[in-house]
Design a protein around this ligand. Structure first.
Ligand SMILES: Cc1cc2nc3c(=O)[nH]c(=O)nc-3n(C[C@H](O)[C@H](O)[C@H](O)COP(=O)(O)OP(=O)(O)OC[C@H]3O[C@@H](n4cnc5c(N)ncnc54)[C@H](O)[C@@H]3O)c2cc1C
Length: 494
């Protein structure tokens, strides 16, 4: 985009955190006052943006400035100021944000889990650039440094070290005689100023705010391909056959991005396991004021319940779902080859209503309930539903916010890497700064499209992306279809 002359039209594909926040910020900038803005989403429900299976939609998302990387810690603290605005119609109001506190934990390295059969986890643990324990210690340093700055809104008195497993269990109210295998974590801290947001309600609030500007045209439909002329992207072709043209196309399609743009070497879609358990009003009353618990060695986390439903999940390497690469995918530059073999793409309840998480994941979530929830009556209670929710992961856990280097007229804003939600109130501003060529210095390298030069053989390159920022639990390299097939082979035959 010519920084001195605004595009006459912008098409944003995807209305999750990245797409919607970008649309809102464009409406605020005088520079884009004459630009027509269209937001397209595959959401099948009339008037509902984003779609119900988007990563941005769920009962809850953690809002924390607790990051090992000081740049994200500061940005999250800035976003946190908006979440804390809780007068009725503000972002954090009407139950959209709850400041429950959060216990961030890690296991000591000797107890970090590895796959007993393949040893893959152990190898990854050894080779990891950063261990979960290092991540939590750096995060502890960062939040205390932020709390020392009055403007951050964090309070040093509310940040408390939990120096050993006993202190952790005391803070959580769990049974200290619990078997070692079910211990919630060995070291960590409580940050009383972190919390969680009702993601679905927050997105509905934000969508309404964008709609009320009267500047954005919302369109339902699935982009099946980006259209191009020469080396320029000119718009998108929809499943209906319609063509939406635009001077500038912003792809903000989250984990589905690989279906439109070749992301080999950039990012990969990974499925994460979640489960929900119904609880009684009494159980809800006992749990709703407890903190979020997140163990970065196992990835397991529990968020306090709000509507008589308890959610447990795993922030992990996730499952990959390799699919044949469509010939409609935009190659890295005009004439470049596409990855011949596969692209990991989401599989969700919208396309597959009977989808369950693999038993491997469900067993881990059960472990979380037993280790992290103080009410024993819940330890064996069945889950009422499970869900695979899709991260768009980069190898460093950084976002991908940049012009595409191989095509004019194309900008990519994605790769939330499992932590993008909390930035809803601030990320649009930074995305539009990047659009205008003013990427914040602290994110310059982090958010760049990584060079494709040495990627002659791009086959299956996406499989090599494993997020190693120290925050991921579980085992890398699990393939969804293989894990589900194991479960099917265990089912009794009729
Ligand atoms: C299980 C889970 C837990 C998480 N926990 C946290 C947390 O605790 N805290 C936190 O800060 N972050 C968390 N995250 C991360 C956060 O939710 C994501 O980073 C963020 O929501 C990503 O937003 P997005 O806009 O990139 O993607 P999405 O929200 O997925 O939006 C993409 C949109 O694009 C649309 N789309 C896709 N393809 C097309 C197409 N071809 N045509 C038209 N529309 C299309 C989709 O329908 C969708 O609505 C979590 C994510 C998951 C999955």
């Amino acid at each position: 985009m010519d920084p001195s002359s605004p595009p006459s039209s912008i098409l944003i594909i995807g209305s999750g955190v990245f797409g919607l926040s970008t649309a809102f910020e464009l409406t605020r900038r005088p520079f884009f006052a004459r630009t027509s803005i269209t937001v397209l989403d595959r959401s099948p429900d009339n008037g509902v943006f984003p779609s119900s299976d988007a990563s941005s939609i769920d009962s809850s998302r953690i809002i924390r400035p607790d990051y090992a990387d000081p740049a994200y810690a500061s940005l999250a603290a800035k976003a946190h100021e908006y979440w804390r605005q809780q007068v009725d119609d503000e972002l954090g109001g009407q139950g959209r944000y709850t400041e429950s506190g959060m216990i961030l934990l890690a296991d000591s390295p000797s107890t970090a889990q590895a796959d007993p059969k393949t040893g893959l986890g152990a190898k990854q643990v050894e080779e990891k650039k950063k261990s979960a324990l290092e991540y939590v210690r750096e995060s502890w340093d960062n939040v205390r440094a932020l709390a020392a700055q009055e403007a951050s809104g964090l309070s040093a008195e509310k940040i408390r070290e939990l120096p050993n497993a006993t202190a952790v269990m005391e803070a959580m109210g769990t049974d200290p005689t619990i078997a070692a295998v079910n211990r919630p974590g060995d070291w960590g801290y409580l940050n009383g100023t972190s919390g969680w947001a009702d993601a679905e309600k927050s997105m509905a609030w934000f969508f309404n705010k964008v709609r009320q500007t009267g500047r954005v045209n919302f369109v339902h439909g699935t982009a099946t391909a980006l259209t191009r002329t020469g080396d320029r992207v000119t718009g998108a072709r929809l499943d209906s056959g319609r063509h939406l043209e635009a001077d500038l196309v912003i792809v903000a399609t989250g984990a589905w991005t690989g279906a439109l743009v070749d992301l080999a070497g950039q990012a990969i879609a990974t499925g994460q396991a979640l489960a929900y358990m119904d609880i009684t009003p009494e159980e809800q009353a006992a749990l709703c004021r407890r903190p979020v618990i997140l163990n970065l060695s196992t990835g397991l986390f529990v968020i306090p319940p709000a509507v008589c439903q308890l959610k447990v999940a795993r922030h992990s390497y996730g499952y990959i779902n390799p699919q044949p690469t469509s010939p409609d995918v935009l190659p890295t530059r005009p004439g470049a080859r596409l990855p011949a073999n596969s692209t990991s793409l989401p599989r969700t309840l919208l396309s597959d209503p009977n989808l369950r998480i693999p038993s491997e994941g469900e067993a881990d979530l059960r472990r979380a309930i037993r280790a992290m929830v103080p009410l024993k009556e819940l330890h064996n209670r069945p889950f009422v539903k499970t869900r695979l929710c899709w991260y768009t992961d980069t190898s460093t856990g950084d976002f991908l916010i940049d012009y595409h280097p191989g095509w004019k007229g194309l900008f990519v804003a994605t790769a939330g890497s499992g932590h993008g939600f909390k930035f809803l109130p601030v990320i649009g501003e930074l995305i539009v700064d990047c659009l205008k060529g003013r990427r914040p210095a602290e994110f310059d390298e982090k958010w760049k499209w990584k060079g494709n030069d040495a990627k002659e053989d791009v086959q299956q390159l996406d499989k090599h992306i494993v997020t190693e920022d120290g925050s991921r639990g579980g085992r890398p390299g699990l393939i969804l279809a293989e894990e589900l097939a194991k479960d099917n082979s265990l089912k009794p035959r009729m």
